[in-house]
Design a protein around this ligand. Structure first.
Ligand code: HEM
Length: 256
């Protein structure tokens, strides 16, 4: 599963995505039949019931499961990596530590990381009817369109015009309001947006607390890569291991 996600995230273009191997499909069918035996009240149960009622096909059921799984894993993972890398790169880890419980700071910084890093750079869309944009651009029905969220995030019309942070090409954690489109927009707005925000925030707070003196190591290579989900190939950090070990019992209590 991990290998498949890796391949998916690093695919350079949507038309090069390969179908997942049979063993993943088999695993999903196992999960589906198991869930039918022990139903809950979750998204998976809604999908299974739509499939049983013939509202969606086998392929759509598997597609939704794989889609939700892949949509929520590397995007969030990359956003977490971006959080540490960007705060490190812009020498903001001390400021982050000082604001570990400051909701306002965490929210603004979190949204700016999402905007500037834009984990899911572009989404594929299919025009179901003829569309004419406000600019006059006509998109005929059945055209495949690539919506570049990362470009919108750096567009002055979207994210300029802000008294505190006028230039959208600048990483500025005081930017507010932050009109980024990193979770898409409209009917297909990201289903997991709030979960992703929460996961990122909790991890940042935990790492800052339980990895004392966490510092970005600029003496070692820092490398990003481009893919369907852009990411960081290597970034090096250091922390005070002795102090971290003293906090281990407390951390274990949090985990249990
Ligand atoms: C930082 C993390 C995330 C980013 C940047 C992100 C980004 C996006 C974007 C841009 C879209 C819209 C795609 C489009 O319009 O073509 C989307 C849709 C979606 N996301 Fe996320 N996502 C993240 C986390 C998650 C998580 C954690 C989950 C689920 C647990 C999730 C599930 C979905 C689903 C199911 C859709 C499709 C919604 C629909 O078509 O109605 N995402 N996401």
């Amino acid at each position: 599963m991990r290998d498949q996600l890796e391949e998916f995230a690093r695919t350079p273009a949507f038309d090069q995505i390969k179908k997942e191997p049979q063993e993943i499909e088999d695993y999903f069918w196992e999960v589906i039949y198991e869930r039918e035996k022990n139903p809950k009240d979750e998204l998976l149960d809604v999908l299974i019931s739509a499939w049983r009622n013939k509202q969606i096909t086998d392929l759509e059921l598997l597609g939704y499961i794989w889609g939700t799984f892949s949509a929520g894993t590397d995007t969030t993972g990359v956003n977490i990596v971006n959080t540490f890398s960007l705060l490190g790169e812009f020498h903001l880890l001390d400021e982050a530590r000082a604001n570990i419980n400051n909701n306002d700071w965490l929210q603004k910084a979190g949204e700016e990381v999402l905007r500037f890093g834009t984990p899911f750079v572009a989404g594929p869309s299919l025009a179901v009817t003829d569309v004419e944009l406000a600019s006059g651009l006509k998109i005929p029905a059945k055209t495949q369109v690539r919506v570049w969220f990362c470009a919108a995030n750096r567009d002055k019309k979207v994210n300029g015009n802000n008294a505190h942070a006028a230039d959208p090409n600048v990483f500025d954690i005081t930017r507010w309001p932050n009109h980024h489109m990193s979770f898409g927009l409209g009917a297909h707005y990201c289903l997991g947006a709030q979960l992703a925000r929460l996961e990122t925030r909790i991890l940042l707070q935990m790492a800052l607390k339980y990895l004392p003196d966490l510092t970005f190591d600029e003496s070692k290579p820092f490398e990003r890569y481009a893919g369907l989900v852009d990411g960081v190939k290597q970034a090096h950090f250091s922390f005070d291991q002795q102090k971290a070990e003293q906090l281990l019992p407390e951390l274990q209590m949090v985990g249990s």
